[in-house]
Design a protein around this ligand. Structure first.
Ligand SMILES: *Cc1c(COP(=O)(O)O)cnc(C)c1O
Length: 410
């Protein structure tokens, strides 16, 4: 018996382009010849004989044993995501799914770190990623160093001594700062470190960190991959040896397994990811340009604007500008709150990457637990709002912001 039911009509995927892989990658059909991916809601598997059970555990037979280790629907999601993650030509890549993005970040880091090791990370990070590196790592005797992401001299200085792991997020949450992945990868490798990239904001459609020299990519699939606010999920992608020998035992024994039901939702999310990202990007650029034209606005941070400090770098390493932007209001927190409360279409929510446009005040929500100094050090001010631009009609989003700014100003 093998891992998957016999293929009925699955084509070889090697020549398919990423858009086709996003719709069909990893698909194997059961004997019922269903069109859509089968959903295997099962925690365990049965054996025809005692000997078969024994062989499944001693490694003689490669088959499903327990869904904490492997499940057919989760495996289909893993294979599809691996097939669309851009890789250097000829390179093999493996994917392991997790219950959430934070489970992916936690496992990707802790499976390779031990007491006495050193991790260097960019300063502007998603709040919980910052917590893992700043609070959890020192508890286990791991030295951590933070660097201003765009400052390559600071990276060179921080990586002038042996290091185990480098962690970056680009574009960064919520400041939209862009880090030069190829340059940091080269410095990391010289220091003996693996480079782990949180690619949530860009998605596999807009940026391929592994092709730029990164060693590990992590996703919160909760964001654009589901993209419809339905479920949590995460994924780690890296070379097969890392996934099998370093990450694999950590996941198998600590258990942050993705639910098969969520894997099924995420598979359907991947089918429309490219289409959604096109609309997300077009709407976000329209909204960014509109906000930049308003007198109430001190600054708009969006990689697609010529005014973004790393616009040229973003153009070089990304295939689109993404769905997220930050806007800094001249009137500080009061003006930010007035704008939030005056919006009628765009929802106040700390989630992002959703089909629905969502806006949040990072200072008091996603980054609330950080000290004011840490927030300011990351570039987060009290007048900053993070806007996750959805796939509604872009003109309705501009209308909503325009009306709300008019009302908030009086
Ligand atoms: C949301 C997010 C995470 C965490 O993902 P969850 O699915 O919420 O656990 C990590 N990194 C970034 C950049 C995120 O936006």
């Amino acid at each position: 018996m093998t891992d998957t039911p016999p293929k009925t009509g699955a084509e070889p995927t090697r020549t398919w382009r990423p858009r086709t892989r996003a719709v069909r990658g990893g698909l194997t059909r059961t004997g019922f010849s269903e069109t859509s991916e089968a959903l295997f809601m099962t925690s365990g598997y049965v054996y025809d004989s005692a000997a078969e059970a024994e062989q499944s555990f001693d490694g003689t037979l490669d088959r499903m044993v327990y869904s904490r280790f492997k499940n057919p629907t989760v495996a289909t999601f893993e294979q599809r995501l691996a097939e669309i993650e851009g890789v250097p030509p000829g390179a093999a890549i493996a994917c392991r799914a997790t219950a959430s993005g934070m489970a992916a970040v936690h496992a990707a880091l802790m499976c390779q770190l031990k007491a006495g090791d050193r991790i260097v990370a960019s300063r502007a990070l998603f709040g919980s990623c910052q917590w893992i590196i700043n609070e959890l790592c020192p508890k286990f005797g791991i030295e951590r160093v933070f660097v201003d992401g765009p400052d390559l001299d600071a990276w060179a200085a921080a990586l002038s001594q042996p290091t185990t792991c480098v962690f970056i997020e680009t574009p960064a949450n919520p400041t939209l700062e862009i880090i030069d992945i190829a340059a940091v990868a080269a410095l990391a490798h010289k220091a003996g470190a693996r480079l782990v990239v949180d690619n949530v904001f860009a998605t596999p459609m807009l940026q391929s960190p592994l092709a730029l020299g990164a060693d590990v990519v992590v996703y919160s699939a909760t964001k654009h991959i589901d993209g419809q606010g339905r479920c949590l999920g995460g994924a780690v992608l890296a070379d097969p040896a890392f996934c099998q020998d370093v990450l694999g035992p950590y996941l198998r024994n600590t258990g942050p397994a993705l639910s098969p039901f969520n894997a099924w939702l995420l598979l359907k999310g991947l089918e429309t990811l490219d289409l959604r990202m096109e609309r997300h990007c077009a709407n976000a650029l329209k909204v960014a340009r509109f906000l930049e034209s308003r007198p109430e606005v001190a600054r708009v941070l969006y990689p697609g604007l010529e005014s973004h400090p790393q616009h040229v770098l973003a153009a070089r390493q990304m295939r689109g500008w993404g769905s997220i932007l930050a806007v800094v209001l001249k009137g500080g927190k009061d003006a930010a709150y007035r704008l939030l409360d005056a919006l009628e279409l765009i929802d106040i929510s700390n989630n992002l990457g959703d089909a629905k446009s969502l806006v949040t005040h990072p200072w008091t929500t996603t980054h609330q637990r950080l000290s004011p100094e840490d927030k300011l050090g990351m570039g987060i001010g009290e007048g900053m709002l993070r806007l996750s631009v959805g796939i509604e009609d872009g003109d309705d989003l501009v209308d909503d912001l325009s009306r709300a700014l008019d009302r908030a100003g009086t």
